[in-house]
Design a protein around this ligand. Structure first.
Ligand code: NZQ
Ligand code: ZN
Length: 390
C-alpha cells in the first residue's frame, strides 16, 4: 500500500428534508451569496422555492445565476465571476448536479484570480485562493459534492478539461434522496454508471496489498448494482435512492483511493466524447469503460478475475482465470445495456471519423499518454474507441 494523506472535510447533511437546513448552514459562512442552478428541474420541482425560504429565514441575501447546462460552459462561468465581483458576493451555493457544482467551483476560482478562469483548465494558473462553495445535490453521479475537482467545457476550443484543488472541496452538501425521485430513468442510469466508473478507476491499480480498499470498492460497486434496478423499477424507492446517493459521494471523495494509485484512463477518453458530441458523461463512460477493459484485461488477469467473482458473482475458474475475467467484463456491459445505457459509440450517435482527433486530444493533456493501470498512447486510445464503436 502507498503512503497517503486523506482529508475529506465536506459536512454531509443527509436525509429527508436536508435542503431545509441550507439557510442555517450557509449563514455560518456568508450572508451574501451567489445562488447557482441549472436548466430548470429544481425550479419545477419546487426545490428552489424551499431553498430561497430557508436562506431568507436565516438572513442570507442572494443573487441568482441559473442556466447551467450539462457539460457546463466556461462562458457562464465568466458571467458568474463578473456577477460575484459586481455584487460583492463571497460564497456560492450550487443547487443541482455535477454540472452546476463544477460551474460554481470554477466561479469560486475565477473571482479570486486576476486572469481568465480558463487558465486553470490549461494548467497555466495555480489555485491560491477560492470562494467557499456548498451544495444542495439533486443527482447522484459526478461526486462533485465532496470532490476536489471541477470539469468545464470550452465551446470555442472544443475542449473539456478538469482542474483539482483542495480549496474546491464543498463546505457542506445537503443530500435528500427524495430530491432524486424526479430524475428521468436515463439520467439515473447515467449517474450510476459514473459512480461505478469512479470506483473502477480506483480499483484497477498496479499497487499491491490494498485489500481493505479493494473490499470497500467491491462493496460500493455491489451496492449500486443492487440498487439501480430497484430505482429504475420504482423511482420513489427511498431506500434504494439513498444507497445510490451515499455511494456516489463515497465513490469520489477519495476514501476508496487511499493508499493506491488510480487509473483515470476511461475518464480521460470519455471527456473527449462529451467535449465534441455533448453526450452525458455517464453514458459516454458506459460505452468507453467496457471497451477499455477488453483492451487491457490481460495486463492483470487475476485482478480482472477477482472483479468478476467478487463484484459479479462469477464462479472462480482457477485453471482458466481468463474465462472469469472476460465474463466479468461481459456482465458489466450487459448490466449497462439492461439499465438503458448506450454501450457503443453508434448508440451514442458518435461516428468513427473523429476517433483519431479524440485519441490525440485524450493523450495530449497527459504529456503523450493517458491512464495509469496501462499507460495508453494515442494509437491505444484509437483502438479502444474502435472497440467501443462495434
Ligand atoms: O439542469 P437541470 O434542469 O437541473 O437538469 C439536469 C440535467 O439535464 C437533470 N437533473 C438533475 N437533477 C435532477 C434533474 N432532472 C430531474 N430531477 C432532478 N432531481 O439531469 C441532467 C444532468 O445533470 P448534470 O449536473 O449534468 O449531471 P451530473 O451530476 O452527471 O454531472 C455531469 C458533469 O460532471 C462532470 C462531468 O464531466 C459532467 O460535466 N464530472 C465532474 C466530476 C467532479 N467534479 O468531481 C467528476 C466526474 O467524473 C465528472 O467528470
Ligand atoms: Zn466521472
Amino acid at each position: 500500500m502507498n503512503d497517503f494523506s486523506f482529508s475529506s472535510p465536506t459536512k454531509i447533511i443527509f436525509g429527508r428534508g436536508a435542503e431545509l437546513r441550507v439557510g442555517e448552514e450557509t449563514a455560518v459562512f456568508s450572508k451574501r451569496i451567489l445562488l447557482h442552478s441549472g436548466g430548470g428541474s429544481a425550479e419545477r420541482s419546487g426545490l428552489m422555492d424551499r431553498v430561497r425560504s430557508s436562506l431568507r429565514a436565516a438572513g442570507v441575501e442572494w443573487v441568482e445565476l441559473a442556466g447551467v447546462k450539462p457539460n457546463p460552459r466556461v462562458d457562464l462561468v465568466r458571467e458568474g465571476v463578473a456577477l460575484c465581483r459586481k455584487e460583492g458576493l463571497d460564497f456560492i451555493l450550487a443547487v443541482g448536479g455535477g454540472s452546476v457544482i463544477d460551474s460554481a467551483k470554477a466561479i469560486a476560482l475565477g473571482v479570486r484570480y486576476g486572469g481568465d478562469v480558463w487558465d486553470f483548465y490549461e494548467y497555466r494558473a495555480k489555485a491560491e485562493s477560492a470562494l467557499g462553495v456548498a451544495v444542495v445535490l439533486t443527482i447522484p453521479a459526478a461526486g462533485s459534492e465532496s470532490s476536489t475537482s471541477t470539469v468545464i467545457s470550452n465551446g470555442e476550443l472544443a475542449l473539456k478539461r478538469g482542474f483539482s484543488s483542495e480549496l474546491l472541496r464543498p463546505r457542506f452538501a445537503c443530500m435528500n434522496p427524495e430530491l432524486t425521485f424526479t430524475l428521468p430513468a436515463y439520467q439515473t442510469a447515467c449517474g450510476a454508471a459514473d459512480i461505478m466508473a469512479h470506483v473502477m478507476e480506483r480499483y484497477f491499480t498496479n499497487v499491491r496489498n490494498v485489500g481493505f480498499t479493494d473490499r470497500l470498492c467491491e462493496a460500493t460497486l455491489k451496492t449500486v448494482i443492487d440498487s439501480l434496478p430497484r430505482v429504475l423499477a420504482d423511482p420513489e424507492d427511498y431506500d434504494a435512492r439513498s444507497q445510490i446517493m451515499w455511494a456516489g459521494s463515497v465513490a469520489h471523495n477519495d476514501l476508496l483511493g487511499t493508499g493506491r494509485e488510480g487509473c483515470w484512463g476511461s475518464h480521460g477518453i470519455e471527456h473527449e466524447l462529451s467535449a465534441l458530441y455533448d453526450v452525458a458523461h455517464g453514458a459516454g463512460l458506459a460505452a468507453v469503460f467496457p471497451a477499455w477493459m477488453k483492451y487491457v484485461w490481460s495486463h492483470d488477469i487475476p485482478r480482472f478475475a477477482r472483479f468478476a467473482t467478487e463484484v459479479w458473482g462469477v464462479e472462480a475458474d482457477w485453471e482458466h482465470p481468463e474465462r472469469a475475467a472476460l465474463e466479468g467484463i461481459r456482465r458489466l456491459e450487459a448490466f449497462f445495456a439492461a439499465s438503458g445505457l448506450p454501450v457503443t459509440l453508434a448508440e451514442l450517435g458518435i461516428p468513427r471519423d473523429r476517433i483519431p482527433e479524440m485519441a490525440e486530444k485524450a493523450v495530449a493533456k497527459g504529456g503523450g499518454t493517458v491512464g495509469n493501470f496501462v499507460k495508453l498512447s494515442s494509437s491505444d486510445v484509437e483502438r479502444i474507441l474502435e472497440l467501443a464503436s462495434s
